[in-house]
Design a protein around this ligand. Structure first.
Ligand SMILES: O=c1ccn([C@@H]2O[C@H](COP(=O)(O)OP(=O)(O)O[C@H]3O[C@H](CO)[C@@H](O)[C@H](O)[C@H]3O)[C@@H](O)[C@H]2O)c(=O)[nH]1
Length: 501
């Protein structure tokens, strides 16, 4: 790929900075590929902790990223990987202590700027940096973009409604909705209808769960309010959703300063439909589960995964296990690497023996391929936004079992707004409550074998169709991404004009 375009100008060069967590890295890696296909050079900056895991997972899998090959060169497009320390000691429990991680990330600006400046000088095969795409929760990029005089593009990895609620968090403080009073969540008069964007009315418990802390000096509470201030100041806004799902107004509401705001998702879907691997798993994907799925009846398997961060108590996992057993359906369950060692302890006695003819456990699955498999009929999920998007894009209904952050909103919207699934009663009011096996079994049976479940399957199949339309050539997200690249080209032109003035 030539660093000059046909007009003799430098090609575009995007720096992409994800929040260091699986869901965020996946979405932005998919964006990196879609930009690269459109002729943009990409520098992808992970924290060292994430980078080491991607390299390690790719050694065992078939991904193209390795320690010696830190550039992904495929079909003429160029993505370069750089990494930066996250400021925490190596043995820090990053995902279990999100507050310390977030505070540390907020201070990364100077190190990021140093890294990019030295990379600019060292690599003549990459043109000068033209813009930074920053995860909405990486406020440290603000000063870097200003100092480098390049546009700062804010990428929202959440659905538009959750993004709007976060973007307007300081306003919600002034309206008295934050801190969230969980006990008022059932009061119909407490619905939040003051947010812009024509988003459905929100319940207080739909807001990011970090705002439930009643003590405003809580570290996460403060950190998310701080991010909110920075999130309203982007030069361009991109959201991982599609207009047909959430409407244009919800996306436009994310621009408080008149900057363009566009929906470009589901980001993984066009790569998936066109057979491109996202190369961003933090753990090795156990492809063997696909062969197991081949042997199951169409639409019969319940896929169970609670994403990369959510941790359910042992007692809760035991009840989930017994509920799955009682459902009578085959199931594929992702028990993550970090907790899989304790697998014997969390699974009820005799459970593995009793279910061995219809159960498979893996540590990490090729999730999109699993959801696309004809044998999968239901997804029991923590309702992370990527999992929700992947499920609807593959036409698989969901049972939501949220844990934190935006998952409560995603879960409720799946049930009440998009009508593609169910959840468990009252989980959103008290996440300490254990959902018992009878309820787990009951909800799974309602989804798998009642007319109500069939209706939700029909609804999700309609969404599957509109998601594919959105990302394929001529679709809303496809065209929005083209518009974005064109606008970045223009803003580059404007910049060089300003420089010569
Ligand atoms: O066995 C597995 C399990 C998951 N995944 C992938 O991992 C990602 C998980 O993303 P997500 O469903 O969004 O969950 P988290 O990793 O928990 O994501 C965090 O980031 C999301 C985006 O900001 C938020 O919506 C979530 O609430 C937050 O927990 C998805 O792309 C999955 O395909 C796999 O590849 N294999």
């Amino acid at each position: 790929m030539n660093i000059m375009n046909q007009k003799g100008e430098h090609a575009l060069h995007a720096v992409i900075v994800p929040t260091p967590a699986q869901g965020h890295v996946n979405a932005l890696m998919n964006l990196a590929q879609l930009l690269a296909i459109r002729g943009v050079f990409v520098t992808f900056v992970n924290t060292e902790w994430i980078h080491e895991r991607v390299v390690e997972a790719s050694k065992k899998g078939k991904s193209l990223v390795s320690k010696d090959n830190l550039e992904l060169e495929q079909q003429g497009w160029r993505i370069r990987f750089l990494s930066i320390p996250d400021g925490l000691p190596p043995n820090h429990g990053r995902t279990s202590n999100g507050a310390e991680l977030m505070v540390s990330l907020q201070k990364l600006g100077p190190a990021l700027e140093d890294l990019l400046s030295s990379a600019q000088g060292k690599s003549p095969s990459f043109p000068p940096i033209t813009f930074i795409v920053t995860d909405a929760f990486m406020s440290c990029t603000e000063q870097v973009a200003t100092n480098m005089s390049v546009p700062r593009v804010i990428f929202w990895p959440l659905c538009a409604a959750a993004s709007v609620s976060q973007c307007y968090a300081n306003f919600l403080v002034s309206e008295g909705f934050i801190p969230v009073n969980v006990s008022e969540a059932k009061n119909p008069e407490k619905l939040i209808i003051c947010l812009p964007g024509n988003i459905p009315p929100l319940k207080p418990t739909d807001l990011l769960s970090f705002y439930r802390a009643q003590d405003p000096s809580d570290i996460l509470f403060k950190a998310f309010l701080y991010e909110s201030q920075k999130q309203s100041k982007g030069d361009y806004i991109l959201v991982n959703t599609f207009e047909e799902l959430e409407g244009k107004d919800a996306v436009t509401a994310l621009s408080l300063n008149g900057s363009p705001a566009l929906a470009i998702g589901p980001l993984f879907l066009s790569n998936f439909l066109e057979g491109r691997d996202s190369c961003s798993s933090l753990w090795e994907e156990e492809e063997c589960c696909l062969t197991w799925l081949d042997m199951q009846q169409p639409g019969s398997v319940i896929y169970v995964s609670f994403g990369s961060i959510a941790v359910k108590s042992e007692q809760q996992l035991e009840q989930v296990a017994l509920g799955l057993e009682g459902s009578g359906q085959p199931f594929l369950w992702v028990l993550r690497l970090d907790i899989a060692e304790g697998q014997a302890a969390i699974l009820p006695e005799g459970f593995e023996e009793r279910t061995k003819k219809r159960a498979l456990f893996v540590r990490w699955a090729p999730q999109a391929k699993v959801l696309a498999h004809a044998s999968v009929g239901l997804f029991l999920t923590h309702s992370g936004w990527n999992s929700t998007l992947e499920s609807m894009s593959m036409g698989v209904p969901v049972v939501g079992f949220p844990y934190f952050g935006d998952q409560f909103l995603n879960c409720r919207f799946a049930k009440e707004v998009w009508k593609i699934g169910l959840d468990f009663e009252d989980v959103d009011l008290d996440d300490q409550k254990v959902v018992m096996k009878e309820e787990v079994e009951g909800v799974l049976r309602r989804m798998m074998s009642t007319p109500e479940g069939k209706k939700m399957r029909d609804n999700v199949l309609r969404l599957k169709e509109s998601a594919a339309k959105a990302v394929l050539p001529g679709g809303s997200s496809f065209l929005n991404l083209n518009t974005f690249v064109k606008d970045m080209t223009m803003s580059k032109g404007l910049q060089s004009k300003n420089e010569t003035m």
